[in-house]
Write a protein that binds this ligand. Structure first.
Ligand SMILES: [Fe+2]
Ligand SMILES: [Fe+2]
Length: 261
């Protein structure tokens, strides 16, 4: 079972990059199931029905989220209507959406858990405890489990990887929009990377027009962030091969591609 995990897809350049590259990537890497982080799908913050369905139409099977999940009110209204969307599990009880879900692919069940970190991020329930509970629930159904840990600090992410090593197939980091080169198999069979990176405008600052970000840093005046909508796009992802019998990872491979839109 080969799972493709695409890092934070940012705005139209990110969506169009997925549209243009996904068919070839799926073929080249023999991908069975595709997950994308969709917290920045709609104009860089949040998602809505239209942008989520755009990604599903391009061949994405599941969308995970992050701290920007609630930024578009259409997304908040839509999230309960689409079981392919998984939002961080450590929001308060009663929050719309689901923190984990099971997907079926070629006779194999794949469990997906999403969680937000809380180092240098808004305070939430403990991601370690909430993910542990979710993993226990999912293990009743399958041992093919992917955790998208949407967090800022590499320490918190590596700790999550170590914490879950051997009980899930993969722990992949998202949120920083910068791909790390530390992909590896941990000693008990879990694939790990601190951050998958971003799929979006290549000449940007984390997806945003550099002029706006630089001006904000230099002046400290409020600024409306806008996705850079010109130039090339980058496609950041990992492909994880999982032994469907055991749930252990066999390999993890990083993809960093640049694409002229
Ligand atoms: Fe993001
Ligand atoms: Fe984020």
């Amino acid at each position: 079972m080969r799972i493709l995990m695409i890092g934070d897809v940012v705005g139209r350049p990110g969506r169009h990059c997925v549209r243009d590259l996904l068919p070839r990537v799926k073929e080249n890497y023999c991908v069975d199931f595709t997950v994308a982080n969709g917290e920045n799908l709609a104009s860089g913050t949040g998602f809505n029905e239209k942008t989520a369905n755009e990604l599903f139409g391009y061949g994405v099977d599941a969308l995970t989220m992050g701290n920007h999940v609630w930024d578009k009110k259409e997304g908040v209204a839509y999230i309960n209507r689409d079981s392919r969307i998984v939002r961080p599990v450590n929001y308060p009880p009663g929050t719309p959406g689901q923190g984990y879900a099971v997907f079926a692919c070629k006779g194999v069940k794949i469990g997906i858990v999403n969680a937000n970190g809380r180092v240098f991020m808004p305070a939430l329930d403990c991601p370690f405890r909430r993910v542990e509970e979710a993993v226990k629930e999912l293990q009743a159904e399958t041992n093919c489990l992917l955790v998208d840990f949407h967090a800022e600090a590499t320490s918190e992410k590596i700790a999550m990887g170590r914490f879950l090593d051997g009980s899930v197939s993969a722990v992949v980091g998202t949120h920083t929009h910068v791909q790390t080169a530390d992909e590896r198999l941990l000693s008990n069979g879990t694939a790990y990377i601190s951050d998958v990176g971003m799929t979006g405008p290549y000449e940007s600052v984390l997806g945003i027009d550099p002029e706006i970000v630089i001006k904000k840093f230099r002046t400290q005046l409020p600024a409306r962030f806008e996705v850079l909508d010109k130039g090339a796009a980058q496609f950041n992802a990992v492909v994880i091969e999982i032994d469907p019998q055991t749930g252990y990872a066999v390999s993890i491979e990083r993809i960093f591609d640049i694409h002229q839109l």
